[in-house]
Design a protein around this ligand. Structure first.
Ligand code: DHE
Length: 543
């Protein structure tokens, strides 16, 4: 199955690239490239490289790749990095067999050219893609299923361009629906009734979980490249916004979009092009990283990666939104709430810091130095036997879990400090998870270069958090990635990425009993299962 992302047809015209009649391109000192090679490299860069290096190649998770950087390096040095990867997280595209030697050289030459700028995307274009398949008036007025729909898991089947809706009680697949390409995350509406599924290609699907067989009831594309979606959750003095609005955060174009929560009609676009928080330099591509809904105010916390600002966006008057811009740290990525939901902790991954935002007072309260490249997902909240309430992250660049004190009231000496570092057998961790009722913290090492560690997971005992309690291989192939608890907090689901072309190794979900750590079930034959979002835990931010 191809998981290629296609740039829209008008991209070529708008960038002015293919419109040029000449057959070779050369910018300044860049090596020559035929038009066909340039077009191939442009598309491949967008699909494989832009996520980390930026569409305009200004750098974020990966370093900047603008001609002033790449031309002095030259074709050979660049091609070697593209082929072999680096220990800093650059994948070995050649060794993995995804690019040939010739293709890595074409890419190396392309990187020495000026980056082409993809087109913008207007509300009118969004509306052309907008479809309401089942209008709100024709949807069920109460759940049509005997199943506990609040215990459904929405599971990304990344390379299939689908999500599976799986019953958390019976482990049966209730339905598999087509979604955007390589779905990144799913968030539930405030009541849990709707699931909002965002594809990497900016396609948003709305699934009604009250249907007997949950299915897509509306869809729309709001950008070419996206990673985040969130819903309005507030219900209080300022009104009831439950299930009312959704927001999608885009990588390209750099903007976020407000949509009607019931129909997905897009109605407001806010550009994030602006100035870096520290040097006040214009940035043409500040991408929208994680978005979280406040539980206390009609607000979304929108993290602007390249400028390092956390925007608190008030959605109570969404056509005239007020935005408070909080200076935080550059390269904001993923994050979550503390156990009281008052504080939001977000990784500034390439700065090796966690920024802490007080959502009641709407200000930055701390920047905490961590190990290399923190990558918390939404993190893990638990009570440390010595330091009280903490929030933890694992890291891509270091084999360690770092725990940060989160209790200003009763543990003021430890608050917003790293109170504990728990070593792991390896680096390359993407996700960590726990549940308030669990005695464990679960952690993966998905991107470790050792294939055995990449499919190994570990648990740390909250009662003895100095070292891991136990590590084991989840499968004898592939990589283990991402955890989610069931609604009861008694079982943990782990994904295994496999290879769809190898029988018996397609990919699966492995389910463990949280009390005993014993395997209880496997859901086999899933194509690259990735993020799993339990309805109840996602609505209430339980992690
Ligand atoms: Fe993710 C969360 C961006 C690579 C799986 N990822 C996020 C979020 C962002 C993001 C901004 C937070 C969303 C939110 O909370 O609103 N991810 C990016 C990238 O820019 C990056 C580094 C490169 C890219 O090109 O996309 C990237 N992510 C990956 C992967 O390679 C993963 C493992 C598989 C995939 O689908 O590509 C992956 N990202 C996930 C998952 C989450 C996520 C499963 C949600 C975790 C959670 O529990 O909340």
């Amino acid at each position: 199955v191809s998981y290629m992302l296609a740039l829209p047809a008008q991209e070529n015209a708008a960038s002015g690239v293919t419109a040029t009649p000449q057959s070779t391109l050369q910018a300044g000192n860049a090596p020559e490239l035929s038009q066909a090679d340039f077009d191939w490299a442009k598309q491949t860069y967008f699909e494989r490289c832009a996520g980390c290096h930026g569409t305009l190649r200004m750098g974020a998770t990966g370093p900047a790749l603008t001609p002033d950087v790449t031309q002095p390096m030259g074709t050979l040095a660049l091609a070697a990095i593209i082929f072999n990867g680096t220990t800093g997280g650059m994948p070995d595209w050649g060794k993995q067999g995804l690019l040939t030697q010739e293709q890595t050289e074409i890419m190396a030459k392309f990187l020495q050219q000026e980056p082409p700028t993809p087109p913008e995307y207007s509300l009118a274009q969004m509306k052309e893609t907008w479809k309401v398949l089942v209008p709100p008036a024709e949807r069920p007025t109460q759940p049509q299923t005997q199943r506990d729909w609040q215990n459904y898991f929405i599971v990304t089947l990344r390379d299939a361009g689908q999500v599976a809706i799986i019953d958390g009680d019976t482990h049966e697949i209730v339905n598999t629906v087509n979604s955007g390409y390589a779905v990144h995350i799913t968030r539930m509406s405030a009541t849990g009734r709707y699931a909002y599924v965002i594809g990497r290609d900016g396609k948003l699907a709305l699934i009604d979980l009250w249907m007997e067989k949950p299915d897509v009831v509306a869809q729309v594309q709001v950008c070419y490249d996206a990673r985040s979606v969130e819903v309005s959750k507030y219900n209080g003095e300022k009104g009831n916004f439950e299930d009312k609005y959704a927001i999608v955060g885009c990588y390209w174009p750099p903007h976020f979009v407000f949509l009607d929560g019931q129909t997905l009609e897009p109605f407001k676009i806010v550009s994030t092009r602006s100035y870096t928080y520290d040097t006040e330099e214009y940035h043409p591509e500040p991408r929208v990283a994680s978005i979280l809904a406040s539980h206390f105010k009609p607000e979304w916390i929108v993290n602007i990666k390249e400028t390092g600002l956390v925007w608190i966006v008030d959605y109570s008057d969404p056509n005239n939104p007020t935005i408070k811009m909080i200076e935080a740290e550059r390269f904001l990525h993923d994050g979550g709430l503390d156990s009281t939901k008052r504080y939001f902790l977000v990784a500034a991954n390439q700065s090796n810091k966690i920024a802490v935002i007080d959502l009641l007072e709407e200000k930055l309260v701390a920047k905490v130095e961590t190990d290399a490249i923190p990558h918390p997902g939404r993190g893990a909240n638990w009570i440390d036997p010595e330091f009280g309430p903490v929030w933890s992250t694992s890291h891509l660049g270091d084999g360690a879990i770092v725990s940060i004190g989160t209790d200003p009231e009763n543990h003021p000496d430890h608050v917003w400090k790293v109170v504990r570092t728990t070593p792991l057998p390896g680096d390359g961790s993407l996700f960590i998870k726990t549940h308030p009722d669990s005695k464990w913290i679960w952690v993966d090492m998905t991107l470790n270069t050792d294939p055995v560690l990449a499919r190994t997971i570990c648990v740390v005992a909250k009662a003895q958090p100095d070292a891991v309690h136990k590590c084991w291989q989840v499968a004898d192939y592939g990589r283990a990635v991402h955890f989610e608890y069931n609604k009861q907090g008694t079982q943990v689901w782990v994904s295994v990425w496999g290879d769809a072309s190898k029988p018996g190794q397609t990919g699966e979900i492995v389910i463990y009993d949280d009390a005993t750590l014993k395997e209880v079930a496997r859901i086999p034959n899933l194509v690259t299962p990735t993020g799993k979002f339990n309805v109840y835990n996602t609505v209430y931010d339980i992690y």
